[in-house]
Ligand binder design. Structure first.
Ligand SMILES: [Mn+2]
Length: 356
């Protein structure tokens, strides 16, 4: 169970963890809610939530006790005192200063030491990086919906459509076909706008000769998908084709080296080397990829700065790009599940250049 594993990963100086962020609460309990406190100790764990959720929480949560939070800080105090807890870790990267203040300055909790450094976040991210079978299944489901959306949007795109129309059509399709949310605000940028890696869709109409870059994903059971495709409308110039092929070659180069044991920075380098060799090094400013799961950006990162090593069970995106300001850009992105021998590509959508 993840809760037990968490207590093993925490430094001995920490007796308990108070988990507040919705994403981590959901990760450990499997139960999504907007309110709750998950209190994890070495001698038992309990989830407090309010009257709106308690009935559903009692039915759904099997991994720890549940209780309705009536006077929740006093209840937390009593639970901790019964277990002789002195030190309690908090999620430094996820809670607000206001939340930290409310806990640390609470009259009921004044006898405990609250630790808000990286210890708890580190322990949780070690667990979350290794995806469970259920999480991978959900990510595959989300990805399948997104890929249906990609096929749908290929029939929708034509000269005269605006970027916003393409964005909204893709969003509606994914939500209409089983997606419970969008992974992030869909990017659909065309022509000169495609040189902005995270450009925001505008009322610009698609013209012949435009590249359109679409970066999108959907969510099932809280798990995110993430993919990017660049397609051409009408025709593509020789230069556009050359840039496209370079990005594709870089993307495939990274995918071919990913496996458990590989330093993340080497995964990035495999893609970056191809782009640099082709003379576009300065046009690839971002990292090659990032972890994805219950959140759209998780560890590990395929970044030149990363010191992490890939492990079996990680899911990372592989998304090199080339961006020529004022002209055009290309990005191609798949998600990869890391294994002992390589990686399983979770993305099946066509990658060779599509000219609509
Ligand atoms: Mn991505």
């Amino acid at each position: 169970m993840n809760i037990e594993k968490l207590t093993e990963l925490l430094p001995q100086s920490i007796d308990a963890a108070l988990i507040i962020t919705p994403c981590n609460r959901r990760y450990f309990t499997g139960f999504p809610s907007s309110d709750g406190f998950l209190l994890v100790t070495r001698k038992g764990s309990i989830f407090f939530t309010d009257s709106r959720y308690i009935e559903a929480a009692r039915k759904a949560i099997k991994c720890c006790d549940t209780a309705e939070g009536i006077n929740v800080f006093a209840q937390i105090r009593d639970y901790l005192n019964e277990r002789q807890v002195k030190t309690v870790a908090l999620e430094a990267s996820g809670i607000t200063l206001a939340q930290f203040g409310r806990i640390k300055d609470n009259e009921s909790l004044k006898d405990f030491e609250f630790i808000c450094d990286s210890a708890l976040d580190t322990a949780i991210s070690i667990l979350r990086m290794k995806k469970s079978e259920a999480e991978v299944k959900s990510m595959k489901e989300a990805q399948a919906i997104a890929e249906k959306g990609f096929l749908h949007i290929l029939n929708f795109i034509k000269k005269g459509r605006t970027e916003k129309e393409i964005q909204l059509e893709l969003d509606y399709f994914m939500l209409r076909n089983g997606g419970e949310a969008l992974s992030f605000e869909t990017i659909a940028v065309s022509g000169v706008n495609s040189s902005m890696p995270h450009g925001v869709p505008t009322d610009k109409e698609v013209q012949e000769g435009d590249f359109i870059t679409m970066d999108f994903g959907t969510v099932t059971n809280g798990c995110h998908s993430d993919m990017t495709r660049t397609v051409a409308v009408g025709y593509a110039s020789d230069e556009q084709k050359e840039v496209y092929e370079t990005v594709l070659k870089a993307q495939k180069a990274a995918l071919s080296v990913l496996k458990a044991g590989l330093p993340c920075a080497h995964g990035d380098k495999a893609a970056r080397d191809v782009i640099e060799k082709a003379g576009y090094g300065s046009a690839f400013g971002h990292s090659t990829g990032h972890g994805v799961g219950l959140e759209i950006h998780e560890l590990p990162n395929l970044s030149p700065k990363s010191k992490m090593i890939l492990e079996t069970g990680n899911v990372v995106t592989v998304e090199p790009g080339i961006y020529l300001p004022g002209r055009f850009g290309v990005r191609i992105e798949d998600m990869a599940y890391i294994t002992d021998t390589g990686c399983e590509n979770l993305t099946a959508a066509e990658k060779s250049l599509i000219i609509l």
